[in-house]
Design a protein around this ligand. Structure first.
Ligand code: TYM
Length: 355
């Protein structure tokens, strides 16, 4: 049996247990894509690894925002995550701004990240397109994200398809830093589910379902929607003029494919079994009705648990404070290692304090 000391487990790249880190921004209403592409997998696999999940409020201020809304949405999102099944006994859930190591790590990593790497990021190009002026924070967003991951020596970063490029950048930054200063960071891997990694908009099945558009009628199913709203959004989903219910890469059939994918992640069935489930369906109306039923059944208990959790803000804040304490106990030693590596004159803990 392999044995390691506590220090070996928490600092340096030799972390004994496989660590998982992932994050979500408290902007807009969390939607089915977040749930199927990320949260569900985090919950289903939380017994296997040591997990850190973070509500990344510092990322949320890289674009225009309302401070009062941010406070509300941060707590709401944390409650949604607990309601989805993140268990504080098994996983650490915390708010990014409560752990100052994230901002400090970002600064250090900034100084070793070539500007060109950031200018190439697709999300930066998309979010800055058409805007007269954008914040430096928006450009720097992926470095803050790299710091999130690297501070926890995470091996695995479970994300939806849209975040893959950012995780790959975190790998590049880790490798560059390690090349200069020695083995400081674990080089993380993006973990992307085979199914559900890219849930598409119901109103526009060639564009990703997004929190930022979840206020637009018919675009998304929001995790906290009531059954009637879920039913309404799915029944209104864009499909095609045909009647064939099968998985397909044909852009014409993207709407039907998206509905089948949603059903597939929720039921955990194979493509073949999903298609068999619909052989007796009479047209797309039937397909939508059954997909809506599956989504409602999946989300209703989450909504109920959420309502209980959000009723007790004191307890929610307490859970998040416990999460932040634990996050600090892991990230602070790593930050110190980074500081020493780049040459910051920190007090030498090995020297006697008598003089
Ligand atoms: P965010 O808040 O946009 O999304 C949270 C998670 O949900 C996934 N996701 C989707 N998956 C499938 N289909 C969709 N339509 C869909 N929409 C969103 C995202 O891929 C993500 O996994 N930058 C990150 C937050 C972040 C982070 C981190 C993630 C900050 N630091 C460190 C991992 C590790 C973001 O904005 O995710």
């Amino acid at each position: 049996m392999q044995t390691t000391t506590t220090t070996e487990q928490t600092s340096g790249p030799n972390v004994a247990q496989r660590r998982v880190f992932s994050g979500v921004q408290p902007t807009g209403d969390p939607q089915l894509g977040n749930y199927l592409g990320a949260f569900k997998g985090w919950v289903d696999r939380q017994d296997e690894k040591e997990n850190f999940f973070c509500v990344v409020d510092m990322h949320a201020i890289t674009v225009d925002h309302d401070p009062a809304e941010l406070v509300r949405q941060t707590r709401e999102l944390a409650a949604v995550l607990f309601a989805c099944g993140i268990n504080p006994e098994k996983s650490t859930l915390f708010v990014q701004s409560q752990v100052s190591a994230h901002a400090e790590a970002c600064w250090i990593l900034n100084c070793f990240t070539p500007l060109g790497w950031l200018e190439r990021m697709t999300q930066f190009k998309d979010k800055s397109a058409g805007r007269g002026s954008v914040s430096t924070g928006l450009l720097d967003y992926p470095v803050l994200m790299a710091g999130d991951i690297l501070l926890y020596s995470a091996h695995e970063v479970p994300v939806g398809d849209d975040q893959k490029q950012h995780v790959e950048l975190a790998r590049d930054i880790a490798q560059r830093f390690n090349n200069i200063f020695g083995d400081i960071f674990v080089v993380p891997e993006p973990v992307i589910q085979e199914v559900g990694a890219r849930v598409m908009g119901l109103n526009d099945p060639v564009a990703k379902m997004s929190k930022s558009y979840s206020h637009i009628r018919g675009h998304a199913v929001r995790i906290l929607d009531d059954p009637k709203e879920i039913q309404r959004s799915i029944m209104r989903a864009v499909t095609d003029s045909g009647n064939e219910i099968r998985f397909s890469n044909d852009p014409e059939k993207a709407g039907v494919n998206n509905l089948l994918e949603i059903y597939r992640v929720i039921t955990g069935k194979s493509e073949g079994d999903v298609e068999t489930d619909f052989t007796d369906a009479r047209g797309y109306g039937d397909l939508k009705k059954r997909v809506a039923e599956a989504v409602i059944e999946e989300l209703a208990p989450i909504r109920n648990r959420y309502n209980e959790l959000i009723d007790d803000i004191t307890e929610l804040d307490r859970l998040l404070a416990v999460g932040a304490d634990h996050a600090r106990s892991i990230s602070e030693p790593k930050l110190e290692e980074m500081k020493r590596a780049v040459g910051f004159a920190l007090p030498d803990r090995t020297r006697s304090s008598t003089r």
